[in-house]
Write a protein that binds this ligand. Structure first.
Ligand SMILES: Nc1nc2c(c(=O)[nH]1)N[C@H]1C(S)=C(S)[C@@H](COP(=O)(O)O)O[C@H]1N2
Ligand SMILES: [Mo]
Length: 377
């Protein structure tokens, strides 16, 4: 059997180019991994109870998560292109250990390339709200992150070991040495890749960094377009929410006394105003002025244990985000409200009328709208 070996003639298929891109890409992926884990564990709290402060922390970490992911896209494409000769170069090892070594290396490369492509493409599609797949994005993105992190770690150990040891990779097959030694061409290429990353970020980051919103030509969301100046992820119509005539906000479960509040009685309780962002996992965020009742006042009125966890139920019947859980550190926070008003007006139907949860340092997906019950556990 004859092997077909593609010809690679660009001087940029070069170990230094690959290394610089690899370091930048590795930094982006590591930051995205750490901020992604933070987001995951805020949404799936285990024994660790995350603090409710700083109030805007999640907005920052999730912004960093999404925008390092976006910055990584040109880096990954350029890196794959730079190393492509090596990807198609098939070693012909001798002996079992040789084959085993090749198998391990190829598996690691497949996980690395496949994992990075999957994470970045699924993340990108998710932030533009396009789900052309049947798996659950969050679960797949979460578990693939560990695979990718593992493969990345093995790769870094191998590459740094190889640089020190005798197995320094030679020039890839077919690459011709650059006439100028690779200097200016290499710098131009790396500069162009960096500029592509920066441009992509600048053209989208305005969806969370409001001063840059004028530049956000490619952003999936404008942070100030929507009823009451706040974007909407799911409208009341899409969620099929109808507010019953005899609406009550009930507090039940493990309580000293069950309570049920009409909207009028909620309005008679002490009202508080907080300025807090909705920070969507998809990367956009928007600050608003929310006015309403402190969650802890309602729970105290029902005689709830201080370490209780509370399930927040909405009027929505189906859908993954119809309920959320809130732990003691968040519900004790004085800024955690059941908001009745947004930016000075009665809450719009799409923002959760009659009332919605708003809490500091909490993903948007857990700022439950159309709240009807607090079930104490
Ligand atoms: N009941 C309910 N609450 C919900 C949602 C939902 O689908 N149903 N979406 C959540 C998501 S993903 C976000 S980002 C915020 C957005 O709030 P907003 O539409 O008021 O901006 O609401 C959250 N609250
Ligand atoms: Mo969201």
């Amino acid at each position: 059997m004859r092997m077909i070996r593609p010809r690679f003639t660009s001087p940029l298929h070069d170990a230094r180019v690959a290394m610089v891109l690899g370091i930048a890409l590795g930094c982006c992926l590591t930051v995205a991994f750490v901020t992604g884990l933070f987001s995951h564990f805020l949404q799936h709290p285990g024994p660790l109870a995350w603090p409710s402060r700083p109030a805007g922390l999640y907005r920052v970490t999730q912004g960093v998560h999404v925008f390092t992911g976006i910055a990584a896209v040109p880096l990954l494409l350029a890196k794959l292109w730079a190393v492509s000769p090596r990807l198609w170069q098939w070693a012909r090892p001798s002996g079992w250990s040789g084959w085993a070594d090749v198998a391990v290396r190829r598996t690691c490369t497949a996980l690395l390339v496949g994992g990075a492509l999957f994470q970045l493409s699924s993340g990108l599609l998710n932030i533009v709200y396009w789900y052309p797949w049947s798996f659950f994005f969050t679960t797949a993105h979460y578990w693939t992150a560990y695979l990718l992190a593992g493969a990345l770690l093995v790769h870094v150990v191998r590459v740094t070991g190889a640089r020190r040891g005798p197995m320094l990779p030679g020039p890839p097959a077919g690459a011709v040495p650059s006439p100028d030694g690779g200097g200016p061409g290499r710098r131009r290429f790396l500069g162009a890749v960096g500029a592509a990353s920066a441009t992509l970020v600048l053209a989208t980051v305005g969806e969370t960094v409001t001063p840059l919103r004028g530049l956000a030509l490619l952003a999936p969301r404008s942070p100030d377009v929507g009823p009451q100046g706040v974007p909407v992820n799911k409208t009341a119509v899409a969620a099929k929410v109808r507010v019953p005539v005899g609406y009550r906000l009930r507090v039940r479960g493990v309580v000293a006394r069950e309570t049920a509040w009409t909207l009028a009685r909620l309005g008679e309780l002490p009202q508080h105003t907080v300025e807090l962002p909705i920070a969507c996992v998809e990367g956009w965020s928007a600050t608003a002025r929310w006015t309403g009742v402190r969650l802890r006042d309602l729970l105290d009125a029902a005689g709830v244990a201080p370490d209780a966890r509370v399930r927040v139920e909405s009027l929505q019947h189906g859908g993954l985000y119809r309920t959320s859980e809130i732990g003691p550190r968040h519900w004790h926070d004085e800024a955690t409200l059941l908001a009745l008003r947004c930016n000075g007006e009665v809450l719009a139907a799409d923002h959760g009328y009659p009332c919605r949860l708003i809490a500091p340092n909490r993903p948007g997906v857990q700022q439950t709208k159309w709240v009807t019950e607090l079930v104490v556990r």
